[in-house]
Design a protein around this ligand. Sequence first.
Ligand SMILES: C[S@@+](CC[C@H](N)C(=O)[O-])C[C@H]1O[C@@H](n2cnc3c(N)ncnc32)[C@H](O)[C@@H]1O
Length: 199
Amino acid sequence: MRAMAQFHWDPATYRSLMRSEVPAYDELQDAVAAATKEVNARRVLDLGTGTGETAGRVLAVHDGAFLVGVDESDEMLTMARQALPASRVELLVSRLQDPLPTGPFEVVVSALAVHHLDAPAKAELFGRIYSLLSDGGRFVMGDVVVPENPEDAVTPVDGGYDLPDSVKDQLRWLGDAGFDAAVAWQQGDLAVLVADRRA
Ligand SMILES: C[S@@+](CC[C@H](N)C(=O)[O-])C[C@H]1O[C@@H](n2cnc3c(N)ncnc32)[C@H](O)[C@@H]1O
């Protein structure tokens, strides 16, 4: 994504930029939220909350749930604070490579953020997510991936900041972490992976 080449985000233009560069942006977000529905969530963790687009959708399908959001950008979280119900969220400036908030969580979500980590860091993050999920909990990740067909690689990526991997590799790393993982939705180089921690 072109904005990623700038290595920072402008919260004011983020929404319109994403919708122009990722035409299926809203579908991806809706698919992430829908994939959390069958889990009864009291506590949700959102990794890479940004302006709150993912968090707002997930809260909307989990009445009474409380969401902890993590993002390295205070500017993006300032926008999220304005968009999300203050009584239902705690938003923390932190990196995904740093220790995650204390669990347990029934649901962990992440949209368009994990692809900023390299392959070993993704695999390591999946292990940490597994350990803070409750039994029967679910991790849902919607992100840009390296598609099987190179012609499907349509999302603009910057080689330094955007580090997508294939669905196949990420399913393997999720399995290595202990999850039962599968693809819930895919369109070209965008995919939503669902990873369950067995009850
Ligand atoms: C494309 S935005 C996605 C935001 C939101 N989840 C959405 O789908 O609209 C990526 C977000 O991930 C954050 N981010 C990128 N790398 C990160 C890292 N290593 N640790 C924490 N946040 C990170 C950025 O600051 C940005 O807010």
